[in-house]
Design a protein around this ligand. Structure first.
Ligand SMILES: Cc1cc2nc3c(=O)[nH]c(=O)nc-3n(C[C@H](O)[C@H](O)[C@H](O)COP(=O)(O)OP(=O)(O)OC[C@H]3O[C@@H](n4cnc5c(N)ncnc54)[C@H](O)[C@@H]3O)c2cc1C
Ligand code: SF4
Ligand code: SF4
Ligand code: SF4
Length: 365
């Protein structure tokens, strides 16, 4: 007779993932456990842990934290099936380049400003009530947040190349949602909220596992947008290197971009270049083991790699993602890049091959 697999719990997550520095600090385990009011685990300095020795004894041993963790092998075959993943870049329905037509977003967006423009559209057309994004504090440290309006979209635009545990704020969904219900007449029930989720590929993988099992609080997520991601840096180590190499204080950073090397723009618009190799010691350990670059478990994947200047590459994966992008183009929110006539035949295959190449460079390092 086939033996039943033993249920794995948070103690196993500690042994196999957290103690081996493979935790990507997505926050999924804590968000799930807390939203069930189990009161067992918390995030401290980007690491999930039992709240006290006593709570470790109170753990229900339900095992969900282990199964939804993006760093465990659990459920990967199943989410591959749901997202029709057959290779390293996942299911692709279409690929295009585009840029925003919104002048405010153009100023603050990282690349083509596509992510912020999509969020604007989703809010303005009432297709979502909220979104999970990453803002940042006065020291350029990422702060994950659930947002409700355009002003907050602008505050979250741009990239911070350090971990933002974007799933974590969902632990407070039932508390935060009270605000929305009071201000919006069309939402009577927290469970009816619709959210867009923006995150790194590892975070989108966790969301996909949670949605597969219809686990709260992921049940309110309606759109998933993955950012391309080659690597992520430890915030303290990155800021130390920037301070040592270019003598910039975190509070004076306006923008950071990576184009082969890292480029840092200060608030008085001076630009500094840092050799990407000088940042090797700041790369988070779990990123060195990561095999996703594009974000396979999403409706749309968005990044700059391979994009014409000022544009973003958009990989469309689902029907929902496709109709969203078509509406944004038709309604003038974004402008699609016109491929030069002599490149039309091989533009798309070239872009997809580039994404495959980036993924393989990442895996091989
Ligand atoms: C850690 C990291 C590494 C990346 N590496 C690459 C790469 O190697 N190649 C590439 O082409 N693209 C990479 N990207 C994606 C790229 O930087 C842009 O986010 C993407 O091109 C979208 O640009 P945009 O102008 O459309 O986004 P915008 O309109 O500027 O919106 C950016 C969105 O990113 C979110 N965000 C910002 N920082 C974080 C964070 N730390 N974690 C989670 N979400 C965040 C914000 O919430 C915002 O919604 C990376 C992104 C991150 C966060
Ligand atoms: S109660 Fe369940 S979700 Fe919470 S820590 Fe224990 S095994 Fe994980
Ligand atoms: S679910 Fe996320 S935060 Fe929790 S152990 Fe796994 S990677 Fe870390
Ligand atoms: S490189 Fe991989 S593990 Fe690291 S943040 Fe990006 S998606 Fe997550």
């Amino acid at each position: 007779m086939e033996e039943l697999e033993e249920i794995k719990t948070f103690k196993n997550l500690e042994d196999y993932i957290i103690s081996k520095n493979l935790c990507c600090s997505c926050g999924a385990c804590v968000a799930y456990c807390e939203s069930q009011s189990f009161d067992i685990i918390e995030m401290e300095n980007y690491i999930p842990k039992f709240k006290t020795n006593k709570t470790s004894e109170d753990c229900r041993e339900c095992g969900f934290c282990y199964y939804i963790c993006p760093q465990t092998d659990s459920l990967i075959d199943k989410i591959n099936g749901v997202h029709l993943v057959k290779d390293e870049i996942g299911n692709v329905s279409d690929v295009l380049a585009a840029k925003t037509n919104d002048l405010t977003i153009k100023d603050v967006g990282q690349d083509g400003g596509i992510v912020s423009t999509i969020l604007t559209y989703l809010f303005e057309t009432g297709r979502v009530e909220a979104a999970v994004v990453s803002e940042f504090d006065e020291a350029f440290k990422p702060v994950p947040k659930i947002i409700y309006n355009k002003e907050e979209i602008i505050n979250s635009a741009g990239t911070r190349y350090s971990i933002s545990p974007n799933i974590l704020p969902l632990k407070d969904l039932y508390k935060i949602a009270e605000d929305i219900i009071q201000t919006r007449k069309n939402v009577y029930d927290v469970d009816q909220l619709r959210l867009a989720f923006i995150g790194t590929p590892c975070q989108c993988r966790a969301i996909s596992k949670m949605r597969l099992m219809n686990l709260k609080p992921s049940h309110v997520i309606d759109f998933v947008i993955s950012l391309f991601c080659f690597e992520n840096f430890d915030y303290e180590k990155l800021m130390d290197i920037l301070q040592n190499k270019i003598e910039i204080k975190p509070s004076n950073i306006k923008k950071i971009q990576i184009k082969k090397n890292m480029f840092v723009t200060s608030k008085d618009d001076k630009e500094f270049e840092i050799n990407i190799k000088d940042l090797d010691n700041a790369v988070r350990n779990h990123c060195l083991e990561c095999d996703e670059f594009v974000g396979k478990y999403s409706d749309l994947s968005i990044g700059a790699s391979g994009a014409p200047a000022g544009h973003s590459i958009i990989v469309i994966r689902s029907d929902k993602g496709k109709s969203l992008i078509h509406s944004l183009i038709a309604d003038g929110y974004i402008e699609k890049y016109k491929i030069p006539p002599n490149q039309i035949a091989d533009w798309k295959p070239k872009k997809l091959n580039w994404l495959r190449k980036m993924t393989s460079i990442k895996v091989k390092r």
